[in-house]
Write a protein that binds this ligand. Structure first.
Ligand code: SF4
Length: 459
């Protein structure tokens, strides 16, 4: 029988222009990895930055099925280097799967390594506990709970609404476990704030600002479930916008502000911009019409695919096309029983979507589908999509980008194998290297230079 190593090496050989780092990273993201107990964190009391469960579970088992990893969290991310494939520095988000052929454990010499099919294939670095995680908010909550950072500290991830108002089988996106993740953390007795108060978010940001002395954190993302009615008496644009307004008043230009929200009407999108947001992610999820209707029943019912796409184009008039970056969930278009049967068909469909947006100057990006077990698509497709699909998507993405003269989207840190920090897909690892120049990115985004608060503002 063909081993996973055979599969990986065959793809590295057939697609030599896709970085080997990206092949390993995609395989880890779609299928997860196992952790020896010695490679787990000591939660918030140790030296390793623990997995924060920043929005979805991104695990291949429910918490009660994770064994020791449910009690001592795995690290938020790992960084891979070296080994037989001579990997350049590769940051990978951690998705736990106790049955994965990939395992992180200490070698005989005591150094942590990534093993595939029992063979060491990379050195493993763990993220150090950031100083700002060691300080609590005045009410006792942790910074990790209110304002976790991911992408090796680049991005502050503010899931300010921990559930989604698309609820149940007829509305929830069929690959999304946001509502289940809420329930499982509550059931485990973990702190998990449903609607994060603005003042708690500000307090956590102050702690990050004070202790992130090397300036690693460059951006924040405001996100959470969709708001179809109201939260705290506010509709979606004003609910998410109020956090940006407070952050920008308190820390003008300190971070690049982003929001992941529904594709809203243009007037609402303008409000996001007025509140201080600089990058808008109205995620289109999956391109194919039939699959969108099946996989995103709530979005189809409340907004509809055609209107969703129209609104994405409209939002480019507000933010500028470079700063509209809709996400899709790479791989769900191959989920059985409804998805495409062949990689060729799936790539052709997704490329059509990339062409639609990129020909208009809008650069989508994607996260690699993690088939979480409590979702309808994850439960019927525990292996996720074929690895070949993910590798060919990287190829198609770069080719479409080149054809339209586009470069890596702003707000993701530097592109290129060995440089990228974006951890939930390898699209940034597979683009050509080019240092993201912070002043240039800020100028393009109309973000004022970072610096001390102006006189008259609270210090
Ligand atoms: S809109 Fe869909 S993907 Fe987004 S949180 Fe709700 S169910 Fe999940």
């Amino acid at each position: 029988m063909r081993s996973r190593t055979d599969l990986v090496e065959d793809l590295m050989q057939r697609f030599p222009h896709v970085p080997r780092e990206a092949v390993i990273k995609e395989d880890l993201l779609r299928g997860g990895l196992a952790f020896d107990d010695s490679a787990l964190s000591d939660n918030e009391d140790g030296e390793v930055k623990p997995k924060s469960y920043f929005i979805f579970s991104f695990d291949h088992r429910t918490l009660p099925e994770l064994g020791t990893a449910a009690l001592r969290r795995p690290p938020e991310e790992i960084v891979l280097t070296g080994g037989p494939y001579e990997l350049r520095r590769t940051v990978v988000s951690v998705r736990v799967n106790p049955d994965s052929p990939y395992q992180v454990r200490a070698d005989e010499d005591g150094a942590l390594r990534l093993f595939l099919d029992g063979r060491p294939i990379a050195d493993v670095g763990l993220p150090p506990m950031p100083e700002y995680y060691r300080h609590k908010l005045s009410g006792g909550k942790s910074v990790m709970e209110i304002a976790p950072t991911i992408q090796w500290g680049y991005l502050i991830y503010l899931t300010v609404f921990r559930v989604c108002q698309y609820f149940g089988a007829k509305e929830e996106c069929q690959y999304c476990d946001i509502n289940h993740n809420w329930r499982q953390h509550k059931a485990a007795g973990r702190p998990y704030t449903g609607v994060k108060p603005v003042d708690e978010v500000l307090e956590a940001m102050e702690i990050i600002d004070r202790y992130d002395t090397s300036g690693m954190s460059k951006a924040y993302t405001l996100t959470g479930g969709s708001v179809t009615s109201k939260v705290d008496g506010l509709a979606e644009a004003d609910f998410y916008g109020r956090y940006a307004e407070a952050i920008e008043q308190r820390f003008p230009g300190r971070w690049i502000g982003k929001v992941v929200a529904q594709a809203l009407p243009k007037a609402d999108v303008q409000r996001f911009r007025d509140y201080g947001i600089r990058i808008y992610h109205p995620n289109f999820e999956v391109w194919d019409k039939r699959l969108f209707e099946l996989f995103c029943p709530g979005k189809e019912r409340y907004v509809g695919r055609a209107e969703w796409h129209r609104r994405i184009l409209d939002s480019a008039e507000v933010f500028g096309p470079r700063n509209v970056i809709p996400n899709f969930v790479a791989g769900v278009e191959m989920a059985k029983p409804f998805g495409f049967d062949t990689v060729d068909e799936a790539i052709a469909s997704t490329t059509e979507g990339l062409e639609y947006f990129m020909s208009r100057g809008i650069t989508p990006r994607f996260t690699t589908w993690c088939p979480e077990p409590t979702t309808p698509l994850g439960s019927t497709n525990p292996q996720g999509a074929p690895l070949e699909y993910h590798i060919r998507l990287l190829e198609a993405y770069r080719a479409t980008m080149d054809a339209h003269g586009l470069s890596s989207p702003p707000g993701y840190g530097p592109p290129g194998a060995g440089n990228a920090v974006f951890s939930v897909s390898s699209f940034m690892d597979s683009l050509p290297p080019a240092e993201e120049s912070e002043p240039e990115a800020r100028a393009a985004l109309s973000v004022p230079p970072a610096g001390p608060a102006p006189a008259g503002e609270p210090a």
